[in-house]
Design a protein. Structure first.
Length: 158
């Protein structure tokens, strides 16, 4: 029953493998008696998959954000926050950073982004969005904007 599935999960359907008896053969009376199974994919599993398929711009930005750990800022990549997975987050500083490709300029995606940003702001986060083209052409400027949004070291920096 899907009514009891938490709203923060994705549901995918898979076919059951046949129940096996000795020698790997189906059990008697069970041939062809397969039912779909509901498999819950939790946000952490989705985030893990996204970490493995980062864009070139996300990789470049991630390398720079990791270097900020020496200054006392700990960033996470593809971090679940509520029902969303954000590109980068410094939870201690309540800062979210999104690297957006051209699809985010479309009306449907822009509306989704606005709802997502409103949720994150409601949770106390500052949201910074950068176009992939901006990361490619002006990474130093992007980093300056991020540093300006971070609190002084030691004040919610973790």
């Amino acid at each position: 029953n899907l009514s009891k599935v938490p709203s923060k999960t994705c549901v995918i359907k898979l076919r059951n493998d046949p129940p096996c008896g000795e020698g790997g053969r189906p059990q008697a009376g069970r041939v062809g008696d397969f039912q779909p199974t509901t498999v819950l994919v939790m946000p952490n599993a989705n985030a893990r998959a996204l970490r493995k398929s980062m864009t070139r711009q996300e990789v470049r930005l991630w390398q720079q954000l990791r270097a900020l750990k020496a200054r006392g800022y700990h960033f996470r990549r593809q971090a679940p926050i509520g029902p969303y997975i954000v590109d980068f987050a410094c939870l201690g500083a309540r800062l979210v950073i999104e690297a957006d490709g051209g699809q985010h300029n479309m009306m449907v995606e822009a509306g989704k982004d606005a709802r997502r940003d409103a949720f994150l702001r409601g949770e106390g986060f500052v949201v910074l969005r950068f176009w992939n083209s901006e990361i490619d052409s002006n990474l130093d400027g992007v980093l300056q904007t991020i540093l300006a949004a971070l609190p002084p070291r030691g004040v919610g920096a973790g």
